[in-house]
Design a protein around this ligand. Structure first.
Ligand SMILES: *Cc1c(COP(=O)(O)O)cnc(C)c1O
Length: 385
């Protein structure tokens, strides 16, 4: 660690509690140091209890969970899968792992998630071309619930199954129901920067017991029930370690507290940055939606200021404060240059004008004051220049 790292404010660092070590200690004492054991069972139970999902399979990453989830929905070579353009690349990569193709859809301006009208247009157009989409990946970006009801009305009408990428949205709700439980399959991530972490990890939830069984089977190399190693199906090594599941158990105890803290940080920014010209604390909750506020994001209005998000980022960096650009839309990525895209101006504009501020649940009042002071120091309204 460099000396300057000591006072660095990170974007969203891990925030451990007191009990993770107990679960780890017990696993080592009992020799459960494998991708099987009581912590793994307990972690899955904790996730089911919190979300109300019928079944949970703990995996090595959220990406692995999306991969298995899409396979459960029957996605295969040549299929098309609908996906918002405005998301992290890990949402879409598993589509390609399966030999399928992403079809991207623009965001709507309130939640920044997939636009239900654009989604309808995309589905109707693909069907007209004789290529009915096999599935939709519904993402809740930065923890913000998508317009779930509107989206599910469209997918139900066309009978398209939904995989919910709630990697950033553990603890968020819609009409009181935890996100991740609205789709046929839901996915969470426990990567190091998420609201809870196992250092690296993920989970798949579903109410379909056969699917849960199948996901577990694929995640452990798809071994046929035989005394020797026999395989009739392709599998993966995707099962979470019992050690990491122990960290997850300790973290799950803290979920409500972490959501509360992130929401308070969001509120703090809202109050204390409201006087900054041209800056808005962005993303609004849809009717019935309650975000975990995983990351607080800001938009700089280019009509009111010449300060760009990149100038703000570099200025914060000069004060040893980490911030990040919003996700670069996937239809603008060289990787997906050939993929169809429906709309695009909403997410392109958000990407151009936005920035993620430090939002970790361990931020102190002093940290927040430092971030606010540095932010205020660099943003100038046009008339003031
Ligand atoms: C983090 C993330 C993932 C992938 O999760 P990993 O556990 O890092 O593999 C998928 N989708 C979104 C939207 C994410 O933010």
């Amino acid at each position: 660690m460099r000396s300057q790292d000591y006072d660095r404010i990170f974007l969203s660092p891990p925030h451990l509690g007191r009990h993770e070590l107990n679960y780890l200690h017990k696993a080592i004492e009992d020799n459960w140091v494998a991708p099987a054991g009581p912590n793994l069972d307990g972690f899955e139970r904790d996730i089911c209890e919190f979300t109300g999902a019928g079944h949970c399979v703990a995996l090595t990453s959220g990406t692995a969970a999306i991969h298995l989830g899409l396979r459960l929905l029957g996605v295969g070579p040549g299929d098309e899968v609908l996906c918002p353009s405005f998301t992290f690349v890990a949402t879409a990569n598993p589509i390609v792992y399966l030999g399928a193709k992403p079809v991207f859809v623009d965001s709507e301006a309130d939640t920044w998630n997939i636009c239900p009208q654009r989604l309808r247009e995309a589905i109707e157009d693909r069907i007209q071309q004789g290529r009915k989409p096999k599935a939709l990946i519904l993402v809740h970006l930065y923890g913000m619930p998508a317009k779930v009801q509107e989206v599910l009305e469209v997918t139900a009408e066309f009978e398209i199954p939904v995989l919910e990428d709630a990697a950033e949205a553990l603890g968020s709700r819609y009409n009181g129901q935890p996100l991740g439980t609205f789709g046929a399959v839901g996915v969470f991530s426990f990567n190091g920067n998420k609201i809870l972490t196992t250092s690296g990890g993920g989970a798949l939830v579903t109410n379909n017991s056969e699917w849960a069984q199948k996901a577990r089977f694929w995640a452990t190399q798809a071994k046929d029930p035989a005394p020797y190693y026999q395989h009739s199906d392709i599998g993966y090594n995707y099962r979470l370690s019992n050690l990491l599941a122990g960290i997850g158990r300790g973290q799950m105890e803290l979920l409500e507290d972490r959501v509360k803290k992130r929401r308070e940080i969001h509120q703090w920014y809202k109050i204390n940055l409201q006087t900054v010209p041209s800056l808005t604390i962005s993303q609004t909750e849809p009717t019935g939606g309650r975000s975990n506020r995983w990351l607080t994001t800001v938009i700089l209005d280019p009509i009111q200021t010449d300060t760009t998000p990149e100038q703000l980022r570099l200025h914060l960096e000069s004060h040893n404060i980490e911030s990040r650009p919003l996700w670069k839309p996937l239809h603008l990525q060289p990787l997906f240059a050939a993929a169809p895209m429906y709309g695009g101006s909403v997410c392109e504009e958000l990407f151009t004008n936005g920035l993620c501020l430090p939002s970790g649940s361990a931020l102190t009042e002093a940290d927040l004051n430092r971030i606010a002071a540095a932010t205020k120091a660099v943003i100038r309204s046009k008339e003031a220049q």
